[in-house]
Design a protein around this ligand. Structure first.
Ligand SMILES: Cc1cc2nc3c(=O)[nH]c(=O)nc-3n(C[C@H](O)[C@H](O)[C@H](O)COP(=O)(O)OP(=O)(O)OC[C@H]3O[C@@H](n4cnc5c(N)ncnc54)[C@H](O)[C@@H]3O)c2cc1C
Length: 519
């Protein structure tokens, strides 16, 4: 059995993980990063919020974050985010990277929910550029990055993390890493068939954290992108095209959104997602289960000039959006909920830290545009520092454990578990969309319980099936917490909308917290 030793183990090589690795490596400790796949949402970050303009301040940034989250988010996390945002801009510049500027200074954009211009950016590839650069720096500092390695479970002793079991996906073996501290940075989850996340994102960080004794919070809050192209091909497209004359119609050609609004372009994103979802649920959807997005009345010149990214993306797939309608539907995008952490990224398990999208509590009931970017830089840095500080003071010089186990295999093939995943996606898409009802949520809870019971009795036939089963278990942890929290929250707040409880009720000015006993 293989065992590897490190001071700090980081699970996830997106920006939160790599920033944590970089900042821990500056403290002179041995750091290893495991990464399940080369895919990371961090590569899509266009820019991030930072209080760098003279119209802005830590207080205003913090206030926007708390208000945007409908007062559910933790104020100490919002304050930490805002206070450290400008430093992260300086840190990036210190590496020689340059943000877009104009004659006034930073060329700031104003994301949804910000009361002033706040988004700094390096063209529109801030995430990719900074991730590559920080990775280079981390490796230079001696950080070991282990690719194709999936966190299976955290290993704890007396509520203290001492390492992890890991699947080596390339060589198809399980191995163990002993560590003084672990940082979880596994990102979000692909929770529905049409989500913007890659299917390999199966919520492993949430599952491992809960099983190890940490808590999950705010799991009912899932942000939906109102319009993702589902036919002729699955592709992302921006809703900003609606304010330039884009139209949305149902299967009968009706512009149903105009019953409540004077144009599609003026509808806030969360309302747009709910209205489209309701129309599809009414049976007025297109053949592939969406609505039509028609951009053919927008002058071709305008699309080619202002939206060339989307024009080219669709043309590459053989679709000319200036000439043909596409079918779009709301899809799960960002996950607000996650592992409970304090402002030093500590969880309730000693030696276990978490940063980035895998954590909950910062965004509350809705995430302000551009804040997810800030989150990964600020809290990645803090998590690395906190883990290093903890590891330096750790009394056990070389954690050791006896949990190494040889897998026992049975009959259930990988395909069996992959089909379970499809059933989970289908049920989540059907009953946990942008507009929820008690009846559907209760039905979903029952179905998830049945699925959990069903897979419990199946022993994987081989390594690949074992990995797939673990992924199903992780997905079920997340989905079960989501549905239980959504049932408890009998009100509509932020991105959680209940058809049967359309109003906000201050009785629910609180967060629901889950432990392993709740699953
Ligand atoms: C299409 C898209 C566009 C976005 N645009 C913006 C934007 O413009 N601005 C903004 O602020 N936010 C944006 N976001 C949100 C933002 O990208 C994410 O919240 C943020 O990047 C999360 O970073 P992270 O490091 O926590 O996770 P990620 O970047 O997703 O990285 C997670 C890492 O964990 C690894 N991993 C997963 N499971 C395991 C496991 N079991 N073991 C080991 N490794 C594991 C993955 O392989 C990956 O390396 C966007 C998201 C998407 C999907």
């Amino acid at each position: 059995m293989n065992s590897v030793y490190t001071d700090i183990l980081i699970a996830g090589a997106g920006l939160a993980g790599i920033k944590a690795a970089y900042s821990a490596s500056l403290c002179g400790l041995k750091v290893a990063v495991i990464s399940k796949s080369s895919i990371a949402a961090s590569n899509y970050i266009l820019g991030f919020n930072a209080a760098v303009s003279e119209n802005d301040s830590t207080a205003l940034f913090c206030e926007d974050t708390v208000k945007g989250g409908k007062y559910i988010g933790k104020q100490e996390l919002a304050f930490t985010l805002a206070k450290n945002s400008a430093d992260e801009v300086k840190n990036i510049e210190h590496l020689g990277l340059k943000f877009d500027k104009n004659e006034k200074g930073y060329n700031l954009l104003r994301p949804l929910g910000c009361s002033t211009e706040r988004l700094v950016h390096i063209e529109n590839h801030t995430g990719k550029t900074t991730l590559e650069r920080y990775k280079e720096e981390a490796v230079k500092n001696g950080v070991k990055i282990i690719d194709n390695a999936m966190l299976c479970d955290l290993i704890t002793k007396d509520n203290k993390v001492i390492g992890a079991s890991v699947f080596d996906l390339q060589n198809e073996i399980k191995f163990y890493i002993c560590a003084k501290a672990v940082v979880l940075a596994c990102g979000g989850i692909h929770i529905e068939s049409e989500s913007t996340y890659a299917p390999c994102m199966t919520g492993d960080g949430y599952g491992a954290a809960l099983r190890a004794g940490a808590y999950l919070t705010d799991m009912e809050f899932i942000q939906f992108e109102p319009c993702r192209c589902i036919f002729p091909q699955k592709l992302g497209i921006s809703t900003t095209l609606l304010s330039h004359g884009g139209k949305i119609t149902n299967k009968n050609g009706e512009r149903f959104l105009l019953k409540e609004y004077s144009s599609e372009g003026e509808i806030p994103k969360d309302s747009l997602a709910k209205l489209i979802y309701a129309e599809i649920k009414k049976g007025n959807g297109t053949p592939h289960g969406g609505v039509y997005l028609d951009l053919t009345d927008i002058p071709e010149k305008e699309i080619k000039k202002g939206h060339i990214l989307y024009y080219k993306r669709f043309l590459g797939a053989g679709i000319d959006i200036t000439k043909e309608k596409i079918e779009v539907a709301p899809c799960a995008h960002s996950f607000m909920g996650g592992v409970v952490v304090d402002e030093k990224c500590r969880t309730s398990v000693n030696g276990l830290f978490a940063a980035g999208e895998v954590t909950g509590g910062l965004h509350g009931a809705n995430r302000v545009g551009g804040n997810a970017g800030t989150e990964v830089y600020v809290f990645g840095t803090i998590a690395g520092k906190s883990a290093a500080e903890y590891a330096k003071n750790c009394s056990v010089p070389h954690p050791s454990f006896s949990e190494e186990q040889t897998s026992v295999y049975g009959n259930a093939q990988k395909d069996f578990f992959e089909n379970i995943k499809k059933t989970i996606y289908e049920n989540m898409s059907n009953y946990m969309g942008p507009l929820r009802t008690e009846k559907e949520l209760v039905l979903l809870k029952t179905k998830l319980k049945e699925i959990s019971e069903q897979i419990r009795d199946y022993t994987p036939a081989d390594f690949k099936a074992e990995v797939s089963k673990k992924e199903c278990e992780n997905m079920l942890v997340v989905c079960t917490c989501c549905v239980k929290a959504a049932i408890k929250r009998k009100e509509s707040r932020g991105v959680h909308s209940r058809k049967d409880y359309p109003n906000t009720d201050d009785k629910y000015l609180l967060s629901f917290i889950f432990s392993k006993d709740d699953i």
